[in-house]
Write a protein of this length. Sequence first.
Length: 210
Amino acid sequence: MKKISLLGLTLLSMISLAACRQQASNSQTPIVETISSSEQPTSSSQELVVNTELRQKFDSILVGDSSNAGDGGQSLEEVKSLLGEAKATNTTEINGVTAENLTWTDGDVTISVAFVDGKVVNKAITGFLFKRDSNIELTNFNELALGTSYADVVAVWGEPDIYTESKVLGSKSVGATWFSNIKGSDPAANAFLVFTDDSVAQKEQTDMTD
């Protein structure tokens, strides 16, 4: 039974990763945000919306281990103190594991947080479009080696536009999508990376070019 429950929790995490991957392809009107608040937009066709405070609140949410009753994760009350009352609530049950999913929205930004036993076990944010100093090209993607740390990727590429995080059996999983300033053959071109314990474990790209 325990193995089945853990499988359910892992599946829940993978569903979240897949959903955020799909969001990257379908996103049409994401918010534009600067990595540095001092930057200015370079294109008059894009409206610059700075929402750094919301992103920082999201980043501060601690995700617990879903295989250990959310150990290490923040409580529902702590998250509400950061984000206020949720816009929507629903529950998901997979193989006997029940997760409460809360959603907050601010314009085009959506924050989703899943709780098990009242503790955070997954968090995701979509709807941002960061303004970067330079484009990310297919060559940059191809040269990115598996095992590269999350910090090293962000140091070169900047923050991901879409981010989801979970933890199972002590292992942290992150799905991150770079959507803005991607050089590609389609407006929905993107780079998607999966990090395991803060190292690149999987990478995919859609319609990227040099």
